[in-house]
Design a protein around this ligand. Structure first.
Ligand SMILES: Cc1cc2nc3c(=O)[nH]c(=O)nc-3n(C[C@H](O)[C@H](O)[C@H](O)COP(=O)(O)OP(=O)(O)OC[C@H]3O[C@@H](n4cnc5c(N)ncnc54)[C@H](O)[C@@H]3O)c2cc1C
Length: 337
């Protein structure tokens, strides 16, 4: 395995691992410390009023990316899987990877898990366009004393903020999304001034403003829609995870789908075309559901009033019902297939 980073560290950010991804970690014997999420709690951002608190079953974990990477690396070590760090791949070719300095590593099969800007995607789906979605996302982690073990989604016109606790509730992970017309370059670590984040959510209720006052460092992304990548395999290279199907973060499934990809492809390395045929409908459905959430979170005017009234009613009558609509996603067990 080759990795461009000189060390297996990860800039601070959280991940929600759902049961469908967690089953893969369990089957691999990878144990990641985290917080068990009890619910998804939708809150009206400006007033701070509860819309619906949807209880979750077992297996929804709130983890730090660094802890996931550390646990995967430790397991790779247990299994004697060599990991070559500090090895950026500059290009993938038909049967070889080209490294910085021009060196080539030949391969019989390559699994490209190098993300949306990696060399595998450039080889497998060259010229596949990316479109700015009109949304930017800030990501930050702040220290907290105590926070409920749930994912909170604070929604407002044209913006929403997701927050959840990490590491025994001592840190709060924040993802804040705002609609914009201006384009921001896509990347993982673009610094921004925390004042811009505070300004964007100045109309939200006090608890969120208090949390944002504590942000000292924040990164900003322009969220891009890559659509369905036309193919995931070219020659002996198969892309998985974000390299194959970059996912908007509004369903918290990108990493989960990547875990599923890895497990299922491992059993089909001799038949990547068959793997892609079997896998594509599920991935396409998840991508569409994520895009739909973006619209629902940012409603304005009458549609917002009607949508929120329906959520409040569901909260009183049957708060578990909306999550049951995602049984196709969370209950699926690729390790049992
Ligand atoms: C704001 C936000 C919140 C999110 N929240 C969630 C969530 O809660 N749950 C969830 O499941 N998903 C979430 N996601 C999505 C998730 O982060 C991605 O889908 C996931 O990280 C993709 O994993 P990957 O391994 O395919 O790619 P990446 O995580 O991008 O990893 C690619 C790896 O390849 C390496 N690499 C890249 N290029 C090269 C090269 N040329 N040579 C060698 N190595 C290379 C990189 O250094 C990196 O280690 C979120 C995304 C965003 C933007």
């Amino acid at each position: 395995m080759v990795e461009q980073a000189p060390a297996l560290t990860e800039v601070g950010a959280g991940l929600q691992i759902a049961p469908n991804g967690g089953r893969v970690l369990d089957a691999l014997g990878v144990s990641v410390p985290g917080v068990d999420s009890q619910a998804v709690h939708l809150i009206d951002g400006p007033s701070g009023a509860r819309l619906i608190r949807m209880p979750l079953g077992a297996g929804f974990r709130l983890i730090h990316r660094a802890d996931l990477i550390g646990a995967l690396a430790a397991r790779a070590g247990d299994l004697d899987i060599p990991v070559r760090l500090d090895t950026p791949v500059t290009a993938v070719e038909d049967a070889a990877m080209r490294l910085e300095g021009g060196r080539r590593i030949a391969f019989r099969r390559l699994v490209g898990a190098d993300g949306v800007r990696g060399a595998s995607r450039a080889f497998v789906a060259p010229d596949h366009p990316a479109r700015f979605t009109g949304q930017v996302a800030w990501r930050a982690i702040v220290p907290v004393d105590d926070w409920p073990a749930e994912a909170q989604v604070h929604v407002g016109p044209g913006r929403h903020l997701v927050c959840y606790p990490l590491r025994d509730g001592r840190a709060l992970n924040i993802v804040a999304v705002e609609e914009r017309t201006a384009w921001v370059a896509e990347g993982w670590s673009q610094d921004d001034d925390p004042a811009n984040l505070r300004r964007a959510f100045a109309g939200f209720a006090r608890p969120i403003r208090d949390v944002l006052d504590r942000v000292e460092r924040v990164n900003l992304w322009g969220l891009m829609d890559h659509g369905a990548t036309p193919r995931w395999t070219r020659g002996a290279c198969t892309a998985i995870g974000d390299a194959a199907h970059p996912t908007l973060p509004f369903l918290a499934q990108g990493a989960n789908l990547g875990l599923e990809d890895a497990w299922t492809l491992a059993a089909s390395l001799d038949d990547p075309a068959g793997w892609e045929r079997a896998r594509r409908p599920r991935v396409t459905r998840a991508l569409a559901a994520a895009a739909g959430n973006a619209r629902n979170y940012h409603l304005t005017g009458l549609r917002r009033a009607a949508g929120h009234a329906a959520l409040r009613l569901a909260d009183r009558v049957n708060p578990s019902a909306p999550m049951r609509g995602y049984a196709w996603l969370y209950d699926h067990d690729v390790t049992a297939d």
